[in-house]
Design a protein around this ligand. Structure first.
Ligand SMILES: Nc1ncnc2c1ncn2[C@@H]1O[C@H](COP(=O)(O)OP(=O)(O)OP(=O)(O)O)[C@@H](O)[C@H]1O
Length: 260
């Protein structure tokens, strides 16, 4: 098999890992940001990464988006090897399964809301314009913006723009949704609307979520598992009631004491 051959995506069984990090190390110069990191996420689960600033949480999401690569270790998504890379073609196939919403919404300012959402499904997935429009309108209803399909992003509030960005990520029908501090750039009064939309998505879809957030109540509400990071390692993990209610590790208690 050539390095460029794409292995068929395996439909994950409920017991298989959808995301798997094995002994992953990521360094920037002599700064070791992820240190022999191992963790996995099962299909359909909602997992939240918490921990102090600089502990490597965003780096994990950026690795999954193939925006950077690790120095050591292996990363698998849906049974396909992402790193060490098996070639551009396989990376592209794996990336199609992954949607990400960033702190900044990054919408195209000259396109309508509808067009922002349909652009990638038409270009990357080859959907017809009608199919893509229909899917986009369903998603706009889901994020509470059914009436704003023809607006331009600048006519919307930051919270509304972020909800469009969520709809845009979902329009690719990814198996995994990565959320990187999606409310951090919003005015405080707009945060709740975005988090409510994400709570709905967590409750009503079977999408797998990997979420970096400083919103601890939100993490408590949506998470099946919470992973506490410190210095590039998971120092403690478990269901939210355990991590927030009865943490074992001193560093976790200190961190939660500072943010709650
Ligand atoms: N492209 C880069 N070049 C050099 N250093 C980087 C780069 N990206 C991240 N880092 C460093 O890696 C470390 C981990 O950053 P990361 O953004 O993953 O942390 P984080 O846990 O998400 O923090 P925060 O909660 O503040 O967002 C930091 O020390 C950061 O300065």
């Amino acid at each position: 098999m050539s390095a460029e051959t794409v292995k068929p995506a395996e439909t994950p069984s409920p017991t298989a890992d959808l995301i798997r990090f094995d002994k992953v190390t990521k360094r920037f110069g002599d700064n070791t940001v992820l240190d022999d990191l191992c963790f996995s996420v099962k299909p359909g689960k909602h997992v939240t990464l918490i921990g102090p600033s600089g502990s490597g949480k965003t780096t994990i999401l950026r690795l999954l988006m193939t925006l950077m690569k690790p120095e050591e270790g292996t990363i698998h998504v849906n049974g396909q090897q992402l790193f060490p890379s098996r070639g551009e073609k396989q990376l592209r196939e794996v990336r199609k399964n992954i949607g990400m919403v960033f702190q900044q919404f990054n919408l195209f300012p000259n396109m309508t809301v509808l067009r922002n959402i349909t652009e990638a499904p038409v270009r990357v997935l080859g959907l017809s314009r009608d199919e893509a429009d229909e899917r986009a309108r369903e998603l706009l209803d889901m994020v509470g913006l059914g009436e704003r399909a023809d607006a331009k992003p600048t006519q919307l509030s930051g919270g509304q723009q972020q909800r469009v960005a969520i709809a845009r990520a979902l329009a690719m029908r990814p198996q995994v949704l990565l959320l990187d501090e999606v409310t951090s750039a919003l005015d405080p009064e707009l945060v709740a609307g975005v988090l409510d939309v994400l709570r709905d998505i967590a409750r009503t879809t079977d999408i797998t979520m990997l979420c970096v957030t400083h919103e601890m109540n939100f993490a408590r509400d949506i998470s099946d598992d919470v992973l506490m990071f410190d210095a590039g390692r998971v120092i403690e993990s478990g269901p939210p009631e355990k991590i927030f209610g009865d943490p074992e590790h001193e560093r976790t208690r200190e961190f939660l004491g500072a943010v709650l």
